[in-house]
Ligand binder design. Structure first.
Ligand SMILES: [Zn+2]
Ligand SMILES: [Zn+2]
Length: 135
């Protein structure tokens, strides 16, 4: 079953047809701009199993934590952050843009070195100061 999602105003729609490659919560400073301050909860959609079905999202290019360029993808009409595109074989898709965000069970915490003191880190969940080591 494909997972559907899109932005708040409906101008951008996407579909995840591949199996999710993981999930996580990113605490990095850059993500805090996308979320409004809180940690960034993402589902990892395989690049080969992700398709935009409606609209033309906007991109904002920035430097990623590992030095490569990261494109933050968002709706130019309503401003919803949607996913990012970088060197990884997956797109981290923002949980809040899924039609059913309750699907997401974040598995790990990353970039905890940049977490705010008031970010909650679930006890017992793997946590990494920066990106997790490559699988
Ligand atoms: Zn929108
Ligand atoms: Zn981040």
């Amino acid at each position: 079953m494909a997972i559907q999602g899109g932005c708040q105003c409906g101008a951008i729609r996407y579909e995840i047809t591949g199996d999710l490659m993981g999930s996580g919560v990113c605490h990095c400073r850059q993500c805090q701009y996308s979320t409004g301050g809180g940690p960034n909860s993402v589902a990892l959609a395989p690049k080969s199993g992700f398709v935009v079905t409606k609209g033309q999202p906007k991109h904002y290019a920035r430097k990623g934590g590992s030095g490569g360029e990261v494109n933050q993808v968002f709706c130019g009409d309503c401003g919803s952050p949607l996913w990012s595109e970088g060197v990884f074989p997956f797109y981290p898709v923002k949980a809040g843009s899924l039609d059913d965000p309750s699907l997401l069970e974040p598995a790990i915490h990353l970039w905890t070195s940049e977490a705010q003191p008031w970010h909650r880190i679930e006890p017992g969940r793997p946590a990494f100061p920066e990106n997790p080591p490559a699988p």
